[in-house]
Design a protein around this ligand. Sequence first.
Ligand SMILES: *[C@@H]1O[C@H](CO)[C@@H](O)[C@H](O)[C@H]1NC(C)=O
Ligand SMILES: *[C@@H]1O[C@H](CO)[C@@H](O)[C@H](O)[C@H]1NC(C)=O
Length: 398
Amino acid sequence: MGIGADKKWLFTLFSAAFLSLSLLLLLSVSSFISPKPFPSIINHGPHHPPSFSYYISGGRGDKDRILRLLLAVYHPRNRYLLHLGKEADDSERVRLASAVRAIPTIRSFGNVDVLGKADPVTYMGSTNLAAILRGAAVLLKMDGGWDWFICLSAVDYPLITQDDLSHAFSFLKRDTNFIDHTGDLGWKEKQRIQPIIVDPGLYLARRVQIFYATEVRATPDSFKIFTGSPWVILSRGFLEYCVLGWDNLPRTLLMYFNNVMLSQESYFQSVACNSQEFKNSTVNSDLRFMMWDNPPKMEPLFLNSSDYEQMINSGAAFARRFEMGDHVLDMIDEKILQRGRHRVVPGAWCTGRSSWLTDPCSQWGNVNVLKPGPQAKKLEDAVSNLMDDLKSQVNQCK
Ligand SMILES: *[C@@H]1O[C@H](CO)[C@@H](O)[C@H](O)[C@H]1NC(C)=O
Ligand SMILES: *[C@@H]1O[C@H](CO)[C@@H](O)[C@H](O)[C@H]1NC(C)=O
């Protein structure tokens, strides 16, 4: 039994009308919510606020934290490269890329990429350093505008807005590097530098741990080794020096550090401090807030809401480590970043109305202006003290 011919006709008419109505509604809704097309010209160079390239890396299961971190450090003038290490599935990588693409503002500015062909990252091995250098090379090639390279991991979070950061850095010479370092190796000389290790991640397809050679080797005497925090902020000029390698020092050190444990804690430190050209512009700080156990373990403690005051008064730009979804991240979002759930951190560029329904950054004006917030002053003071240290050279490459 079917519907009669006339009823069938009526049914078709009604469904067509209903369909076109809902299509119309859908279209008008989407034209209402999607941001206006790219009205703002992005200016780079010495007479404009500095901009940053971010390399954010994580491992299996880190897709959501990387996305949250990206939103918390987002600015249209910056460039972002996201890396999920080789042990993460391709499907997670694809889901990260679609989650990024699903954010209309980011899609309009097109300044975020996910590395499709992932690199292995072996615990304590040199593949970590190779991955960072590759990320830096991709960022150098894709975007000629940024001034500083910032290396973050999925367990990090900012303590400042991007307007704060750009404002504080606008007082600096753009060749300044932030690399925490010391030439006093202490126990690390015997335990970290002299053992020879091999990272199988460089030549084996499956995941394995580093292994140790039975021999140890002498501490180098043709250059001096410096070690420190792997979390660096590097000037564009210094990274070009490392990646392009017209001088042989960065390449020689890279070949040497290939067989040193935790090479990302010593490579940039040693290149900067052994180079006449770059040692005077290298500030001895990583601008991060971390808390360590006593005695310290391999990784810093997880930070929580008990550490909030100390953290935000530290003058640091970033903090680590955080457990996924910890309440203290919501506190930072609310009090410092003024960032809504699933939204990018607002800045002077956002001109939309802010409400629970509308994202202020779904509309924008001039993206080259800044509006530093309350945290900017703390960062500015911390950076200015560090610049005094740099001038006096008491704390540099010693
Ligand atoms: C770096 O600083 C030292 C000590 O102040 C100075 O002798 C040297 O000429 C400086 N190097 C450069 C390249 O400016
Ligand atoms: C934060 O972590 C410390 C240990 O690192 C713990 O003693 C403290 O109770 C935690 N605070 C909260 C609010 O969870």
